[in-house]
Write a protein that binds this ligand. Sequence first.
Ligand code: T4K
Length: 406
Amino acid sequence: MRESDEKVLCSIKNLAIFGAPPFFKDKLHVGQPNIGDRARLIERLNDILDRRWLTNSGHYEGEFEQRIRDYLEVKHCIATCNGTLALQLAERALNLSGEVLVPSFTFIATAHSLSFQEIKPVFCDVLPGTFLIDPEDVRRKITPRTTAIMGVHVFGRPCAVEELQEIANQQGLKLLYDAAHALGCTHKGKKIGSFGNAEVFSFHATKFINSFEGGAVTTNDDELANRLRLLRNFGFAGMDHVIGVGTNAKMSEICAAMGITNLEAMNTIMAHNYANYQRYKFQLQNIPGLELVTYEEEEKRNYQYIVVRVDPDRFGLTRDELFQLLQAENALARRYFYPGCHRMAPYGAIGGENDGRLPHTEKISSEILALPTGSGVSLDKIDLLCCLMKFIHAQAEKIRRLLEVN
Ligand code: T4K
């Protein structure tokens, strides 16, 4: 630690929340984009400009899809302009209607993708140990209007895919997965990407692999893949030949080129994420009340999200108090996915009638914090952040009193 850092950590008056300058001069992000080989990207951009082919089933879109197919060992990949549109296309191609069972503990896009198409998301609780949709709650919430289950592989940990498939088979339901967090992750050694009827990825800037903005649907179902391709491109089955409703959800060439460049850097990004995870794991051992959410070492994980559970009794402050303190210090931790979709408009509100309905979701979303990581966050920044959190823990009592006065 630098002398200046030590000085900051000698008095709580030096904390930014009480008016001092932030501990970190440059902001530390949860989702700062990973950027592969710039020279290769620029070469590809020049090639795109030379070809004068910018979108609409271009060379790079095709290559991106091929690489995803090969990597995931899945028959079809339909690349899109973002993950939300990919979800919408998949829901439409699967003819979903009525009600779809989804976890509330997810990014709002999962629920909105359904509502946007007049399908009602019915929120299920999650299992407290994994934060993933609870198959028992799924069973309880099936009604005659239910057409599908949509599991979300939150933070890259796979849902209970066998159990969900069994429910879907028994009840004649479609099974879709929001795999926005799960590229590069496995379940029993098999890569996420070919479970259920289809899986949906996001390649948003903040994701493990980004294409600036982007998404994809992957499936082994030939007919579904055809419908997805039609839906992605206005329903065109050939030149001047429209055979149904469609939208514009195509991936542009510049996005595909970025995606390919980042796919080439995947191992390096994964190694960086893993090193960050290990460093947090080591440092957090010394901070009572901050429990790292661990990933199973026997499976492949992308380690994109580093998440801790804050136990207020042991840490001395609540998750929200720690969150505010860190934000002020430019350590931009995030409360993913607080307060749960069921307590966000239009589905509900905090303090509204849905409060208490999904106890595990509400407890988890009030306790967890995603910490800054990614290739923009170095190991020494993690050491500093952990020193800061250790100091906050040691001074928790005094900090709380001062927060009450301020
Ligand atoms: N399903 C799930 C489970 C998802 O998590 C998501 C997206 C989707 C579906 C939908 O996929 P997309 O349609 O987005 O492809 C961010 C992302 O925008 C969103 O893609 C992601 N999930 C979600 C978990 O995180 P916000 O509202 O938290 O973004 P924002 O702007 O606050 O950025 C997060 C952090 O990253 C900040 O600290 C700023 C930093 N950042 C962000 C961008 C865009 C950068 O440093 N550079 C950047 O370029 O949603």
